[in-house]
Ligand binder design. Structure first.
Ligand SMILES: Nc1ncnc2c1ncn2[C@@H]1O[C@H](COP(=O)(O)OP(=O)(O)O)[C@@H](O)[C@H]1O
Ligand SMILES: O=C(O)[C@@H](O)C(=O)COP(=O)(O)O
Length: 420
């Protein structure tokens, strides 16, 4: 049987987030790492999420990879497509949300798509086109000082218009509140006005469900993971999907456990601090030492081998420390040095018997998963909203890829506790 939904995700944690949303509602979902070979076996699933690492690459590269993912998903028989980006709309004036969305639309012959990063369960809401993180505007939140994609404007219409060639409009909360018919009519009016991408408000899950239904006949949805919450219901109503209550089952896997953290988000900083304050073992990766050529990965692995309990190895640092490192090394070099180090540590840990690994940070997870040679992930139950345990397919290895800003303060211990 061919798949129903084909998702193109711009980073690896974002991919597990949207996959988790689909699995939760009974859609059997597989996440593949990168675009599979043309002759690769088709996963037995209702939805396939292609995880790219295209959020911060040059826009033309992100477009090319996303189009390759689209072609593969089309060949796999997908009936609808979904471009998943971050619930905090992580991007730069050069992209990559606008260019990728427009390229996918062109390839699908679509004249309209919504753009909605809302994920109310995790505090991301869109109101009058402005993105809130909890009670703060995006631009007042910790995303202001993100190492790679600082978000300085909460007005998504402005942010997206700077990245897009076609006109960007707004689909407002008061239309959604009037229900499906009103939303469909507004979409028709926006299309008639020539709007090609419309930022959609959503302040709660009901809004997301209305959006999912209103977009049921559009070839492409562009969104965070939130809108996906309403899709299984749409597909079930069409008779395409029989929800599977076992969709989130993973085997239990014994062996050592560890946590790697390269995210510098507010949430991850608090999670790392809590772990250390609880007296659990932690090793700090010093980015400046990496730049001096010191073999920090080897030191971290030697230290980890001496510990009896699960370890945390982290580069996570407060915004001022990150800025100081970036001033010394440059943003890209600092990021790459840290990612490369944590990826090597992951390889060493797995070689040393670690079978349950939590990784914090999207780019970091991308580097780790690639270094471990993982090709696809089966998605399990969520630990906290948006972060499921996953199993590297065909391997005795469980991975929890945590989006930087997701998870409660005790996330690391909670995650490990669930698969102890
Ligand atoms: N101490 C540090 N100094 C500079 N850059 C860092 C430091 N720690 C981590 N980084 C880099 O910051 C980036 C964090 O991005 P990511 O892993 O996607 O986290 P998030 O999910 O919070 O966005 C990565 O490129 C990582 O290598
Ligand atoms: O939508 C989200 O917030 C996440 O799924 C996501 O994409 C997070 O990315 P990182 O913060 O870079 O992990």
């Amino acid at each position: 049987m061919s798949i129903i939904l084909g998702v193109i995700a711009d980073d690896f944690t974002g991919a597990t987030d949207v996959a988790s949303m689909l699995v939760r509602a009974g859609m059997r979902t597989v996440q593949v790492i990168g675009v599979p070979a043309a002759d690769a076996a088709l996963p037995d699933a209702d939805a396939v999420v292609v995880a790219l690492k295209s959020r911060t690459t040059p826009a033309d590269q992100a477009v090319a990879e996303s189009l390759a993912a689209l072609r593969w998903l089309q060949q796999a028989g997908a009936r609808q497509f979904y471009f998943k980006y971050c619930s905090t709309f992580d991007s730069t004036p050069a992209g990559n949300i606008g260019p990728v969305a427009e390229a996918l639309m062109a390839a699908l012959g679509a004249d309209f798509a919504i753009a909605c990063p809302a994920f109310p369960e995790n505090g991301r809401t869109v109101f009058r086109g402005h993105l809130f993180v909890g009670d703060q505007l995006l631009s007042d939140s910790g995303m202001r000082s993100h190492p790679l994609t600082p978000m300085l404007d909460a007005n998504l219409v402005t942010v997206l218009q700077a990245q897009a060639e076609g006109p960007v409009g707004l689909l407002r909360y008061d239309t959604l509140a009037r229900g499906l018919q009103a939303t469909r009519e507004r979409i028709a009016a926006l299309r008639a006005e020539g709007v090609r991408l419309a930022v959609a408000d959503a302040v709660n899950n009901d809004d997301l469900r209305v959006l999912a239904q209103a977009c049921a006949d559009l070839p492409l949805i562009t969104a965070g993971s939130g809108v996906a919450l309403g899709l299984p219901e749409v597909y079930a109503a069409r008779g395409w999907l029989r929800p599977d209550a076992q969709a989130a089952q993973l085997p239990s896997i014994g062996g050592k456990a560890a946590v790697l953290s390269g995210s510098c988000s507010t949430a991850t900083n608090a999670q790392v601090q809590q772990w250390l304050e609880a007296g659990k073992p932690g090793f700090r990766v010093d980015a400046l030492a990496l730049a001096e050529g010191i073999d920090v990965a080897a030191a971290a692995l030697a230290w980890a081998a001496q510990q009896q309990e699960p370890v945390l190895i982290y580069a996570t640092a407060a915004p001022q420390q990150v800025q100081a490192v970036q001033a010394a090394l440059g943003v890209e070099r600092a990021g790459q040095l840290v990612e490369h180090c944590l990826a090597r540590v992951a390889q060493g840990l797995v070689e040393g018997g670690v079978r349950r690994l939590v990784v914090a940070g999207g780019e970091t997870s991308g580097a780790v998963v690639q270094a471990l040679g993982v090709q696809s992930l089966r998605i399990g139950a969520p630990i906290d909203p948006g972060v499921p345990w996953t199993q590297a397919q065909g391997r005795q290895l469980l991975l929890a890829l945590k989006s930087g800003n997701f998870g409660g303060i005790d996330f690391f211990a909670k995650a490990l506790g669930q698969v102890a």
